[in-house]
Design a protein around this ligand. Structure first.
Ligand code: BES
Ligand code: MN
Ligand code: ZN
Length: 491
């Protein structure tokens, strides 16, 4: 996919997307240009027949001439616009344009920010536009024989291209690449995407981007004393791997961040096997790992003055003769012991060891991203990510950035009282504590394995993979929180 910034007179696409607000006489430069090209026929159409009134995600297709179509998309009432809505309208527009365009390129106007009631810079607008345009175009057709022509180029239209706009477009393009990378990896079968496959992929990425990498195999994981992680892995014929990639800025880093992605390449539940319907999408239980691998590639391109480490404990959670069992007591890398109350609460066990490993790197901040609990779906549904942590400043900053880059989050509490849920008679904790407050309980469990004073936990179990399309993303993987984490690192 190519991304270009262009003046409208220089664009080469057969489909141009522009946006209008509901009941708003002020039309954009792009709209005016298209209207001129049509000798005023476009405006006439709209005024006479009210073919489009600008309602949110309302659509009007108009042929300017044989070789050029205008796609006009409603943004809704000006006073109701949000960044999330901008993203939804843009993704909807490109998704539609993909089916309208006859060649492999589409053009999209940079929404004029003075025509917008929220405070948003041109740079941010360029960034959001390219990221969301790519969200709209995403599809995974590897296994579909009857392939449609793909859009290869997005032209971002604006009359006065500034360095800020170019920079925003660049960040947006790399962000959208990271999201596509992660979504492709989640879409691929668990039969192919094994721990070994991801470890090899990580090595390729490290080579391509000149990143430091460590890949630990089963014996080396043993040497690290990650016996909690190993217990989860022991039920599978596919051996576990632990990966660690590092991006270091050329000059001195202003901070060091460790990102941890949950990397269960398939979660059958273990001996506490999942019912069929719950197991159906469990190839997506490595979304955290896919996300951090996407993010590190964007970071390697964007080169912030921040040292970024990514970690993932990769394994399968299977039912088998060698699988770990209820009642087993496991010792994590930091010496703390875990009584296995339910083998399906495996993510927190693998993350426990990854968090201990992170401590050894002496980071300023740790962020983990995990498809961790069904309970977060009960609490927040499929469009809001649960955010937890032990540093309220970090949580607030992260949530503000997430909102600025069009992602919904909500904070869930981690309180001392939760420890009663996980009391064990024979170990330091059990790994589960009943149905109540499941998301917070899981986070409380994790908090025991980090020494970091700035640890942030993202529970994406509800938001990583959609059964039903929403206003922005079609069903399947979403690449959720990748935008937010990249922008958090850059901030
Ligand atoms: N991977 C699941 C969580 C999950 C559920 C992700 C639905 C995506 C969609 C996790 O490993 C799990 O099985 N959690 C259990 C924990 C329970 C046994 C305490 C759950 O939430 O049911
Ligand atoms: Mn599970
Ligand atoms: Zn899981």
């Amino acid at each position: 996919m190519h991304f270009l910034t262009k003046k409208i007179q220089e664009q080469n696409s057969d489909t141009i997307i522009c946006f209008i607000y509901e009941n708003n006489a002020n039309k954009s430069e792009t709209f005016k240009y298209l209207n001129e090209l049509s000798n005023g026929a476009l405006c006439e159409q709209i005024n006479k027949y009210e073919t489009i009134t600008g309602k949110f995600q309302e659509l009007f297709k108009y042929s300017i001439n044989e070789n050029l179509k205008a796609l006009i998309v409603g943004l809704g009432k000006k006073e109701n616009i949000t960044r999330k809505k901008l993203s939804q309208a843009i993704a909807f527009a490109t998704r539609t344009a993909k089916n309208v365009s006859k060649n492999s390129s589409i053009a999209i106007e940079l929404i004029e920010n003075d025509n917008c009631s929220i405070n948003i810079s041109e740079k941010e607008m360029a960034q959001i536009t390219l990221t969301s345009a790519r969200i709209g175009l995403y599809e995974f057709d590897k296994y579909i024989n009857d392939k449609k022509t793909k859009i290869e180029t997005i032209e971002l239209l604006c009359n006065n291209i500034t360095p800020d706009i170019e920079k925003g477009a660049e960040i947006g393009a790399y962000t959208s690449f990271a999201m596509k990378f992660a979504k492709d990896l989640v879409n691929e079968s668990a039969q192919i995407v094994t721990p070994n496959y991801i470890a090899n992929l990580a090595a390729q990425i490290a080579k391509e981007h000149k990143l430091d990498i460590k890949v630990y195999n089963k014996n080396q994981i043993k040497d690290l004393k990650m016996n909690a992680f190993l217990a989860v892995a022991q039920g599978s014929v596919n051996e576990p791997y632990f990966i660690h990639l590092t991006y270091k800025p050329e000059n001195e880093a202003r901070k060091k961040i460790v990102l941890i992605g949950k990397g269960i390449t398939f979660d059958a539940g273990g001996m506490n096997i999942k019912p069929a319907a719950s197991m159906l999408t469990m190839k997506s239980d490595m979304t955290g790992a896919a996300s951090v691998l996407g993010i590190i590639q964007a970071i390697a391109k964007l080169k912030p003055d921040v040292e970024v480490h990514i970690l993932s404990a990769l394994c399968e959670n299977m039912t088998s003769g060698s699988a770990y069992k209820q009642g087993d007591v496991l010792t994590a890398m930091n010496g703390k012991t875990i009584e296995v109350d339910n083998t399906d609460a495996e993510g927190r066990i693998t993350l426990a060891d990854a968090l201990c490993y992170a401590d050894k790197l002496n980071p300023d901040e740790v962020i983990d991203i995990a498809t961790l609990t069904g309970a977060v779906i009960v609490a927040l549904g499929n469009n809001i990510t649960g955010v937890m942590g032990n540093n309220q400043k970090q949580i607030n900053k992260f949530r503000e950035i997430a909102e600025n880059y069009c992602e919904n989050t909500w904070q869930m509490p981690i309180l001392d009282e939760l420890k009663n849920n996980l009391k064990s008679d024979i170990a330091d904790f059990k790994n589960t504590g009943g149905r109540n407050a499941g998301t917070s309980t899981a986070a409380w469990f994790l908090s025991n394995f980090t020494k970091s004073k700035s640890w942030l936990h993202l529970d994406i179990a509800g938001t990583a993979y959609l059964d039903k399309s929403n206003n922005e993303t079609l069903s399947g993987p979403t690449g959720v929180m990748i935008r937010s984490i990249i922008n958090y690192i850059l901030a």
